[in-house]
Every structure is written in C-alpha cells, then in structure tokens.
Design a protein around this ligand. Structure first.
Ligand code: GLC
Length: 754
C-alpha cells in the first residue's frame, strides 16, 4: 500500500484517528494518565500510534487486530522511550556525552535500536537534546550537556545510530528504528530549574544555544520531533507558530511528523490559552500532527473543521505525515516484519550487548580528582604490593562503603522503562569478579554506612516507579560507626555515594542538587579515619561537591552507567581502562552560581584573569565565578603536555595545530579541545565557544601533532530580530583559538579569519 492511495480511501474520522497516539498503560507510566477503551477505539480506526505497550505479545495482538479487523487495515506504529539502551541499559545520555566519542554515541544508539526493534518498537522518543546549564533540572540526565556544538554532533550521531540510513532502504535495516528529537525548544532553560516552568528567552539565545541540536537532528534525517511542555516567552511551544511553522517547516523544511508531548495539548487549557476546542485548533494549525494521550484531536478536530477553525488540508497533511512515518518504518510493506519472537529472544539482553554496555560505561566515568596519598602515589589505578605487608602474607584490604556499593536497583538510571534491575551488576559484584582473578590477594569488606536518603517523604517520591530507595531501620550512628570501624582497618576505602536513579529525570528538580546530608555525614566520618579514600559518585546530574571534594583523595564520577556499571567502574579503578571521559556540564560550587557554563557572555564589566573579586566587575562577593569543575575537565592516568598551538587559514577553514606529548610511563588518552573567541559584532558573543575536539591515544613518552579543522559553520553567531528570521552567521575578523585539556586550561593562538 502507498501513502496517497490509503489517504484517498480514508474517511475524515479515519484520518483523524491516525493522529491519535495513546498509552494503554501496560508499561511504566511516563505521565499522569493512561487511555482506556482501547479495543473499541482501535477497531474503530481511532488510534494511529501507541506507546507504553506491555510486551511483544501485546504488540503482536494489537497489530493482528489492526490488519485483520479494521476497515483499511492500516498497521499500528509502536513507539517507546528508548533513551539510553533498551533491555540492556546503557549510560545516561549525559554520561555518554562525557565520552566525547561521537562514534561511541552512535554505537550506543544503534545498540538500543537493535534491541528495541527486535521487540517490535518502531520509533523512539529520542534523542533528547535540550541544552541545559542548570543541574537543578532533573532532565539534564537525558541531555547531551551544555555545549550546542558538542550536543549537535552527538545528536546527529544518535539519529544515525537509531535510524541507520533509512529503514525502508535496506531490509537488513531490520535493526533500526525511527527517532523523534525532543523537546522543541528551550525546555532546559526553565525558571529556577523547576520542571515544566516557564522559559524567558530571546531569539538570539534560542538560535545560538537551543536550536542547533534540533537542526542537526533534522539535517541527519530525523523522522519526528516533539515540542516541549513549557511556555517560551508566554507562548506554549505546543502551539508556537514561530518555532513550529516559521522555523521548523518554512526555514528548515522539516517534512517529518510533529508529535505532542504527553497530554501537552490538553494542558494548553491549564496554560490558560482557551477551552478544549480553541486549544485543539491552535495546536493542529501550528503544525502538531499527533496528539499524545489527550485525545483532543479525535474529540474536537471534526467539529473544528465544521466551524471553519481548521482546514481539511491541515488534517490531510497531518495524516499524510503519520502514514509516511509508517511507510518509512517499513510497516506498510510488512506490518509483522519487526514483531518476531525468535529475533527478540535471541537478541534482547544478550551477552554481546552486555559486553558492549560495560565498555561504553567505562568510557563515561569522569575522574575528577586523584591526589597522592601517604605512599606518595594517588589511590588510582588501584595498586598494592601485599609483599610490603609481612612478605605478602596479608591480603590487600579494600573497604567498600556507602549505600551504592551493593546497589543494583538504581544502576540503570532514570528513563530505563524497558530495563530489568535484576540484570544489573553492582559495584560489589564487579569487585568480587575482579578479586577472584587478581594475582594479589584482596579482602573486600562492606558497610552500607548510610541511607541513600533518611527522609521517608523523599524516599516515597523517589520510589514512584518502583522501590529503589529503602530506609533501613538501623540507627544512623550505628551505620556510621560500623563503616568507620571497617575503614580504620582497611588499606583503601571505596566510598559509593550519590543520588538515586529517580533523583534525576522528569519531574525530579532539586533546589539543592548535592549528595544527601546523611551520606555527607558518612563521608566526613570516613575522612576522619585518614584512610586513603576514593569517592565514587552515582548520579544523573552534576552534584554540588564543594563540601566533599577536599575530604577525599580521589573522585570518580560514574553517573548512572547502566546494566554493567559495576564492572565498568572496576575496569577504571584497576586501570584496565584508562579514564578518558571529560565533563560536558560545568559543576557549580554552589546553587547560587547557577547558571554557570563555559560559553557565558563577557558582560560590559568582565573580571579579568584569575581575580576572584573586583569592585564594579561582574562577580560575587562570596565565591569566584569559576565552577568547581569546568566544562571539558577530567583526568586520565597519565600526564600530557601541550605545546603552543598554531592557527592558520586553509581555504575557508581554519586549521589549529598543536603537539601533545605523553609525559607518563603508561598509555594515556587525551581529549584535545579547541575553543574560539570570536571577533566583535552586532551581538555580544561568548568568550569561549567549543569549536573542535579530538580524542587521541598516546603511547608512553610519545607525542602527536594534532590538526583541528574548523569550518565557518562551526562558529556562527545570531543576527536578526525575530525568532522567525534570526540567522546564524559566520563573523569574519580576528579570532583567538584556545587549545588544551579543558575549558579552564588553554593556550592561545590568534589570527585573522576572512
Ligand atoms: C514524557 C516526556 C517525554 C516522553 C513522553 C512519553 O512526559 O516529557 O520526553 O517521551 O512523555 O513518555
């Protein structure tokens, strides 16, 4: 069947039915309501797409009903939130972005697609590409960090990973699925980092910071797009004509489907835009094609047409885009091609994928600190010479302390609706596996030491999707005393702390994004033992570490790394994997600094150099402007030296050349980063813009001449007045290019770029 011939045969209710996306409530609910009366609506042609379905079996049954018992036999399209892995949970997208490895990001998306499509999922509501500089907002976990440049590169990689080069082009693309980029646009700039709050933003900031990843997704061929829940400058983006028509359809020529967010059309009434009829007409006239869960389209579009509030062409165009999705997904050719029990059982959660998940997770762990201790060496990579202890008769005594040492329930992180916590391998599991094959005898002692949170109300809120936080009845003092006693008799303490999986994610904003106080008391108590301590942080966002950073010798930020997070952390701890991840979000010193990010504008009174305070300059009385850990920061096991960079124009591009030398006696990995300071122009511009990067591996003592190519389109700035007409233009003039290992440690070259 072809799209146009189906469209010709459809009645008006059938066309509107294709615009209805419902959630039957079989899986973890990702919104406040589910839809009911499914079979009647389905057989009546009132449902075009579904998500949140319970299982492959349920999808097979639904598809059978569609193709056997509806009038036109139009197949159902099944969607799901495949955000970071499917059954084999992978690191959170924010963690994945810290790999600075575009190829790895694409591999992760492709792995997700292989499993999801094997389970009959045709479209994922991903990638989520909201730029955010505010760790109070829980959905930073799903994003790709603060840099529009880096996020755009990774967005394109994810779209290619999910979609391949066209599901319908190659039958062997059976392991690909359609992608839906979200949440268009500016959702990550909510007031106060509070979920669903309003966004105050002008057209320059929107085009310079928040739109680039969406444009990258569309240039990569993304099949669908989802507007956010929020208001942008008092206009709900679900009906924002400037964004959805002027930018998306007219300028970007996006031909894919626009799918509303969960009940977002109904919520336009709560936004006080008007009654159900008014908001329905406004949404479909703004270019929203699919109504997720509200069912306002099926209830009100036909009457809106009769009243002249909606044109027939609008309905036909929306229906055509939904049918085109189904065509592109291969469903019109063979509705059951992707509903294959045999493939599902062979592929989903297989050992090969678990092995890949382990390797990916290790690439996402950021080493933030690793200071020398009493023996003159930093604690990591783990090193011990038991022979120093009574001729090797005594084992190396490792203490694993903290509420995340043995935890499995949280490891997949938020937005892991298709994962099974039983699949997760804990840090303790990983340590035991390693200790069993270690040449030196290792004795592992464990103590939980503290709750994740000690407040019952917080625990209840964190357990909305199932219990992952349990409050132990043991008195806090007793838990700490037991942990301190273990630490005191150990050679090294691994302190596994952080936030639970649902501390981050949707509707998980925190006014104080720091390690819960009960855990900080444990950290302080362990610090007083004086034992070498490695803090391992489990989190879905940058946490405020200012109060703990000086209490420990090493900090490994493990984020939520998915199903194989435990062994992946151990691979980094032991040096089997040299940590190479670098931060893609700045870590604030205090909440009061938020938003703090590398690409801030200079202001008219910029504070110069390393000064922390200067009257009548843009600064704080009580803190430096700089973050605790800057964008691009991360350590590896090894030291490198950067020689001064040289920049020259080659054609219309710039080439920045730098020599990097490995000063250490081990192979090391370095993420060479290049930032630009553009010349003056009609709009103020950031003093630092990431414009190029390259991940290199250096043998001991070796050096490499790295050439970073920068195109005019990599360094553009907004010019224009309205959101509909702002252009991103390359500005000729005198540029400074800073090269180094992170945004706070750069060497500069200057040149004229015409
Ligand atoms: C949620 C989220 C969106 C998700 C959708 C379906 O509320 O905002 O990201 O894809 O609903 O679960």
């Amino acid at each position: 069947m072809q799209v146009e011939e189906i469209l010709m045969a459809m009645t008006l209710p059938e066309k509107i039915g294709q615009l209805n996306l419902i959630n039957p409530g079989g899986q973890t609910l990702t919104g406040s309501v589910a839809n009911d009366d499914i079979e009647r609506k389905l057989l009546g042609g009132e449902i075009g797409m579904m998500f949140g379905t319970a299982s492959l079996e349920s999808r097979i049954e639904i598809q059978r009903l569609c193709v056997e018992r509806t009038r036109l036999k139009i197949p159902m399209l099944f969607a799901s939130d495949v955000i970071h892995g499917y059954r084999t949970a992978l690191p959170l997208p924010l963690a994945l972005s810290c790999s600075w490895d575009i190829g790895l990001v694409q591999q992760a998306a492709a792995l997700s697609a292989v499993e999801a499509r094997a389970d009959g999922i045709d479209l994922t509501f991903a990638p989520m590409v909201d730029i955010c500089r505010d760790p109070r907002w829980g959905r930073v976990a799903e994003g790709l960090g603060e840099s529009p440049f880096l996020a755009s590169q990774m967005t394109a990689a994810m779209v290619h990973g999910f979609q391949g080069d066209g599901v319908e082009d190659h039958p062997d693309q059976i392991d690909r699925m359609l992608a839906c980029v979200k949440h268009f646009a500016g959702y990550g700039a909510a007031d106060g980092g509070r979920e669903y709050a309003s966004v105050q933003m002008g057209p320059h900031e929107m085009h310079a910071t928040h739109l680039p990843p969406f444009k990258a997704a569309i240039d990569a061929g993304v099949a669908a797009l989802m507007p956010g829940f929020h208001c942008l400058d008092r206009i709900p983006v679900t009906l924002h004509r400037g964004l959805l028509i002027d930018v998306l359809r007219r300028r970007w020529q996006f031909g894919g489907a626009v799918i509303s967010d969960y009940t977002a059309i109904a919520e336009l009434v709560d936004h006080a835009i008007g009654d159900e009829n008014t908001v329905t007409a406004a949404a479909i006239n703004a270019g929203v094609d699919v109504d997720m869960v509200s069912e306002f389209f099926v209830q009100h579009v036909q009457s809106a047409l009769a009243k002249g509030l909606v044109q027939q062409q609008t309905i036909d165009d929306a229906c055509r885009r939904v049918l085109s999705l189904k065509k592109r997904a291969g469903l019109l050719d063979d509705p059951f091609r992707y509903l294959n029990r045999k493939r599902a059982s062979a592929i989903i959660g297989c050992e090969k994928h678990r092995g890949q998940a382990r390797r990916i997770a290790a690439e996402c762990c950021v080493l933030l600190k690793n200071d020398a201790t009493g023996d003159g060496r930093p604690p990591l990579p783990l090193h011990f010479n038991a022979s120093e202890k009574n001729n090797g008769t005594l084992p190396f005594r490792l203490a694993l302390i903290g509420p995340f040492g043995e935890d499995r329930r949280n490891l997949a992180g938020t937005w892991s609706v298709s994962a099974n916590p039983e699949d997760n391998v804990s840090l303790l599991d990983g340590l035991k596996q390693w200790a069993e094959q270690s040449e030196t005898a290792v004795q592992i002692g464990t103590a939980v030491g503290s709750q994740i949170v000690d407040d019952a109300q917080q625990a209840e809120r964190l357990n909305v999707f199932g219990e992952t936080v349990t409050i132990d009845e043991t008195p806090a003092g007793q838990m700490i005393d037991r942990a301190v006693a273990l630490a005191a008799q150990s050679d090294l303490v691994l302190l596994a702390v952080g936030e639970a999986k649902e501390h981050a994610g949707e509707c998980s904003s925190r006014t104080d994004p720091s390690i819960p106080m009960c855990q900080r008391r444990l950290i302080d108590a362990i610090a007083q033992t004086g034992r070498p301590t490695v803090l391992i942080v489990f989190a879905g966002r940058p946490l405020i570490l200012t109060d703990v950073a000086d209490r420990v010798d090493s900090i490994l930020y493990a984020w939520y790394g998915g199903v194989m997070m435990g062994p992946a952390i151990v691979d980094v701890l032991t040096g089997a994997v040299n940590p190479s991840a670098r931060l893609t979000m700045s870590f604030p010193r205090r909440v009061g600094q938020i938003p703090v990010h590398h690409d801030a504008l200079p202001t008219g009174r910029p504070i110069k150099g390393a000064a922390e305070f200067e009257k009548f300059k843009s600064c704080y009385l009580d803190l430096p402007n700089s973050p605790l850990f800057p964008f691009g920061f991360g350590l590896s096991y090894g030291q490198v030296r950067y020689d001064a960079p040289v920049a020259k124009q080659v054609g219309d591009q710039v080439e920045v050349v730098v020599t990097v030398t490995n000063l250490s006696d081990r192979v090391t990995t370095e993420v060479v980063q290049c930032y630009a300071t553009p010349p003056p122009g009609p709009t103020s511009a950031p003093t630092l813009m990431l414009v190029a990067h390259q991940k290199i591996q250096l043998e001991p003592g070796m050096q490499q001449r790295v050439t970073l190519a920068i195109r005019p389109r990599d360094v553009t700035l907004p010019v224009g007045e309205r959101i509909a007409d702002v252009e991103m233009i390359h500005r000729p003039g005198r540029y400074r290019f800073g090269v180094g290992s992170h945004s706070g440690s750069l060497q500069w070259a200057e040149m004229q770029w015409q």
